[in-house]
Design a protein around this ligand. Sequence first.
Ligand SMILES: [Zn+2]
Length: 134
Amino acid sequence: MWDGTSASAQAQFMEKKKLETFRKRLETRQQELRHMVVRNQQDGRTADDEATQDVADRAASSYNKEFLFSQSNNDRQLLNMVDSALARIREGSFGECVSCGKEINAKRLEAVPWTRHCIECQEKAEKGLLEAAQ
Ligand SMILES: [Zn+2]
């Protein structure tokens, strides 16, 4: 019962269960982001159509458009990351740093399941010391 074989089978089972949890979380996020991206595109068009009365209104409208634009850019970027995380689950490389291949810290994955980098590589990337992987 407690020999090495069943212990590793047990570990594998846990891994699959964990992976399944991540997959579900990522798919939910993917759906949300897809809705947001579509909605922002529609809002952007609406803001475009509105006739502006004076300079203040125009400024507010263009600020709003810019905000929506950067917002939808962020959503799109995140959506890309969620998409590729789901692809890594299918390929069996989920949880590995795309840069150095080391296992990504479990707590980090828990907090940001779509992350591509381990904490060391992420810090390097933020300092501009790492080539963008994609
Ligand atoms: Zn790394």
